[in-house]
Every structure is written in C-alpha cells, then in structure tokens.
Design a protein around this ligand. Structure first.
Ligand code: NAD
Length: 258
C-alpha cells in the first residue's frame, strides 16, 4: 500500500515497539492514532511527532466499548483507517504450579489472554470493519493492512510462560484465517514475532539476564532495535504481496529449555 496520507491505528504506541512503529509510520507520511493506557508516554509521542499528525486516545484494547469509541473518533478526525498495528501487550510470569504446588490463579492466565489475544482480535475486527469501507487502492485493490505482534514465545515458550506463550501462539494461529476472511476485501493480515528486543522493559532487566539472552542470539549479537521493528512494520504495510504470514524478527535465536 502506498503510505503517504494514510491513517494508522497503533495500539501500545506510547512505548517500546509500538512507539517505534509510530515514529516510522509518521515519517512515511501516515497519520497515527495511538490507542494506549499510558497517557503520559503517549502525550510525549504526540508532542514529538506533531499533534496534527498523531493523536492519542486512552483505550483498553480488551474492552469492546473503549475500542469502538476510539475507532469511531479516529474516523471522525482522520476520515478513515487503512492500517492497524497491534503492539499493546503485557508480559506475565508464573509456572503452572508454584513452589508449594499451588496452581496458577486462573485470573492471571485469563488477564494475559484478554489483553494480548482478545485485545488483538478486538482491535483488528473493529479496524477491519472500517477498512472495508475504503475505496480499493492501487493495482491490487487494497483496502487495508493489519499487523499483529506475537513473540518467539509462541514457538519456544520458556518455563513460567504458559499464559504469555498461549496468548502469542493464539495470535500466530489467527493470522492465516483472518487473512483468508478478509482477502476478498483486499485487506492483508500479517504478524511479527519479535525475539529479544531492546525496549525499556528489557533493558531494565538485570545485566546478567540481558547478557544470557544476548548470548543465545545467532547474529547480530545484540538485542533487536525498536527501529528494526518499526521498519518491518513499514515494509509489511508497503509490500502488497506479504499476506497471512508470521515473520520472526529475532537474529536467528531459537530459545532452548533452561
Ligand atoms: N520487547 C521485547 O523483547 C518483545 C519481544 C517479543 C514480543 N514483544 C511484544 O511486543 C509488544 C510491545 O512490547 P514492548 O516491549 O514495546 O512493551 P512496552 O511495555 O514498552 O509497550 C506496551 C504498551 O502497551 C500498552 N498496553 C498494555 N496493556 C494495554 C491495554 N490493555 N490497552 C491498551 N494499551 C495497553 C502499555 O501501556 C505500553 O505502552 C507486546 O505485545 C510484547 O508482548 C516484545
């Protein structure tokens, strides 16, 4: 899709990978609506990128009404939605049984699924309903592009990652059927599965933990840069032949059991 003057919704756009996607989409001439819970960081992005091009709406992606209201507001202000980039997500850790062999509270599992998996589907479905109203663009007749964020934990979940890995595996699983459902409308769906990315969250981990993770990366021997995620978002949005696929962005890492 030609990106100039298009409109993107970026969930989780206030921080980390989502913020990098906002930066690079805005640089490509896209108007961006940030859907996030973190108002302070989101406002920083709006100020840095320009309030005429980037807006913020306080949204909980797992809440149907919250997303529906923000989608309608985005269309009111920017006129349409062409791109949906789902980056909002939460980490979670907890083994099936703790040290005393007590089971993980079901609420902890459900919360991770609600934000990461249900939240991704919720925003994608409501954005797709708007994309369906767009006139077809270009030779292929594209109406929209949806880009989700999974994780390598979808394939190689670690100890204590049942909930997180299940939520990300669900995103990988819905990618192809969603692309099939929306194909006749000219809406493409792809997912990025990042590896160890140098977001503030990851850089806050103890140095030893960071060093151990980096040691397992094939090449280059460093964390991925948020900007490398942002440029892949722009590439997927621009490359009309990419569809129904999950792309690992991970320096070749394949996590082993600890
Ligand atoms: N950083 C990594 O190494 C890495 C690796 C693999 C996958 N991921 C995935 O990439 C995505 C972004 O990760 P990040 O490292 O940039 O994290 P981050 O914490 O920096 O950003 C996540 C953003 O999502 C927002 N958010 C959380 N819950 C929300 C909700 N219910 N509704 C709306 N917004 C909400 C947060 O406020 C935050 O701004 C996540 O889905 C994460 O699972 C990250």
């Amino acid at each position: 899709m030609e990106l100039q003057n298009k409109v993107a919704v970026v969930t989780g756009g206030a921080s980390g990978l989502g913020r990098a996607a906002c930066d690079q989409l805005a640089a490509a001439g896209v108007k961006v609506a940030i859907f996030d819970l973190n108002e302070e960081l989101a406002q920083e992005a709006v100020q840095a990128l320009g309030p005429d091009k980037v807006r913020y709406q306080r949204v909980d992606v797992s809440d149907e009404q919250s997303v529906a209201t923000a989608i309608a507001d985005t269309v009111d202000v920017f006129g349409a939605i062409h791109l949906c980039v789902n980056c909002a997500g939460i980490g979670s850790a907890g083994k099936v049984l703790n040290r005393d062999n007590e089971p993980l509270p079901l609420a902890a599992f459900e919360k991770t699924l609600a934000v990461n998996l249900t939240g991704t589907f919720n925003v994608a479905r409501l954005a797709a309903a708007q994309m369906a109203k767009n006139p077809p663009q270009g030779e292929a007749g594209e109406r929209g592009v949806i880009i989700n964020t999974a994780s390598i934990a979808a394939y190689e979940g670690q100890m204590g990652q049942c909930a997180y890995a299940a939520s990300k595996g669900g995103i990988v699983g819905l990618t192809l059927p969603m692309a099939r459902d929306l194909a006749t409308l000219g809406i493409r769906v792809n997912t990025i599965a990042p590896g160890i990315m140098g977001t503030p969250l990851m850089r806050a981990a103890p140095q030893q933990v960071q060093d151990n993770l980096v040691a397992a990366i094939q090449f280059p021997k460093r964390m991925g840069l948020p900007a490398e995620f942002g440029s892949l978002v722009v590439h997927i949005a621009s490359n009309t032949y990419l569809n129904g696929e999950t792309l690992r962005l991970d320096g070749g890492i394949r996590m082993q059991a600890r």
